[in-house]
Unconditional design. Structure first.
Ligand SMILES: C=C(OP(=O)(O)O)C(=O)O
Ligand SMILES: [Mg+2]
Length: 427
């Protein structure tokens, strides 16, 4: 080991996220003086198969439960294990933490504690090598800027309005650069704000920065977004739509109950509804159209709807669940959330498995975020060509978009925007 990469100290602390809830931050210091810092996001519509987010049972702090126990593990067990290790050997660092935890879902140390150190160690090593984080993770050929899926209208668990679908996103596939994509997205976001105001509807926002009005129904949300795209001077060929239904939240006893419109649907009726939406609106991608327990429904949906079908709760960034999905031809894309699995190594394993199977991968934020921008670098490093990180507004979301602007600028002529090269399942 080169001594400058040796981990000499690990420090954890509790900070707050974009919802004002406690989360974990870690700092890793190397013998050569480099320091890496990272913090961990947190979901609201969390999948039941996600790695364990360790929260204190007893102490109800802020609004939710604190993470002092997880922070204690960073400062205690994890620090003891990784001290003396080579931070540039990511897989070794991650495996040592996994071995110390010893459980399938990281229930002992907590995926939040483990991820904070996994990321901070990588950041420290990148610093020690004096190279940007995306290049450290992805190598010198990393050059693909992802298409942003920008969530401009929020519903479901992310807003207290009457909309059941959780996320309505715009996808600027026709832009020529990431910068242009982001500009188009902001213009549509503002055009939507103008439309809402004109109709006397509130422009208050949900957890991911998208507007969260009460509307007649979910279709009206899609209709208004199409109008906003056109009002901004673009066409729906240039900017498509994507939705995250987050339908696991609707599922119980083999049936779906849309909680806000109080409608009950069987699997085939929900598939019919999604097909109908896709026929009426320029939807390129649907995430969690069905529940994480409805494998047979997912198979049918995948046979019947030739667009990108992203498994979030279904796969939880976990190669075991993804392998099953690939085998059963359930979905054709994976949502990648670093805290669903808890280490960088396992995150890249999931992306590799998806790519080998011809599945696309969408790097994603959580509804509870921090100023940490690691996912922007991960998207470029892995060259997945897609990222979803909320509205082009609210600093914890724009931090990622702005990081991508800087990466694009730094790459210069070498940068390629993924708009055209991503495998889009066009109707
Ligand atoms: C980002 C999402 O929300 P959360 O972080 O609440 O799971 C999602 O469901 O894709
Ligand atoms: Mg989702």
């Amino acid at each position: 080991m080169r001594r400058e990469y040796e981990i000499i100290s690990v420090r954890g602390r509790e900070i707050i996220d974009s919802r004002g809830e406690p989360t974990v931050e870690a700092e890793v210091e190397l013998a050569g003086g480099a320091v890496g810092r990272a913090s961990v996001p947190s979901g609201a519509s969390t999948g039941i198969f996600e790695a364990h987010e360790l929260r204190d049972e007893d102490a109800l702090r802020f609004h939710g439960h604190g993470v002092l126990k997880a922070v204690g593990h960073v400062n205690g067990t994890i620090a003891d294990i990784v001290r003396g290790m080579d931070a540039s050997r990511q897989a070794d660092v991650d495996r040592a933490m996994l071995a110390a935890d010893g459980t399938e879902n990281k229930t002992v140390l907590g995926a939040n504690a483990i991820l904070a150190v996994s990321l901070a160690a990588a950041r420290a090593a990148a610093r020690a090598m004096h190279i940007p984080f995306y290049r450290y993770l992805g190598g010198t050929m990393a050059h693909i800027l992802p298409v942003p899926m920008m969530n401009i209208l929020n519903g479901g668990k992310h807003a207290s309005n009457n909309i059941d679908i959780q996320e309505f996103m715009i996808v600027p596939v026709g832009a020529h650069s990431f910068r242009e994509a982001l500009q188009w997205g902001s213009e549509v976001y503002h055009a939507l704000g103008v439309l809402l105001r004109k109709r006397g509807l509130p422009t208050a926002v949900g957890d991911e920065g998208g507007f969260a009005p009460d509307l007649r129904n979910d279709e009206e949300a899609l209709q208004m977004i199409v109008e906003a795209i056109e009002a901004s001077g673009r066409t729906t060929d240039e900017i498509g739509l994507a939705v995250d239904a987050a339908a696991s939240e609707w599922y119980a006893d083999g049936q779906y109950t849309l909680p806000k419109r109080k409608q009950r649907l069987k699997t085939d009726e929900l598939i019919g509804y999604l097909k109908e939406l896709t026929r009426r609106f320029p939807i390129l991608s649907i995430e969690d159209g069905l529940s994480d327990r409805d494998w047979s429904g997912w198979k049918t949906l995948t046979q019947e709807l030739p667009i990108q079908l992203v498994g979030d709760d279904l796969f939880v960034t976990n190669t075991r669940r993804l392998r099953k999905g690939i085998g059963e031809r359930a979905g054709n894309s994976i949502l990648v959330k670093i805290n669903q699995i808890g280490t960088l190594t396992e995150t890249f394993e999931a992306i590799d498995m998806a790519r080998d199977a011809g599945y696309t991968a969408v790097i994603s934020h959580r509804s509870g975020e921090t100023e940490d921008t690691s996912i922007a670098d991960i998207a470029v490093a892995a060259g997945t060509g897609q990222i979803k990180t909320g509205a082009p507004a609210r600093t914890e979301r724009t931090a990622k978009y702005n990081r991508l602007l800087r990466i694009e600028e730094e790459l210069g002529e070498a940068a390629v925007y993924a708009g055209k090269s991503v495998m889009w399942y066009r109707k």
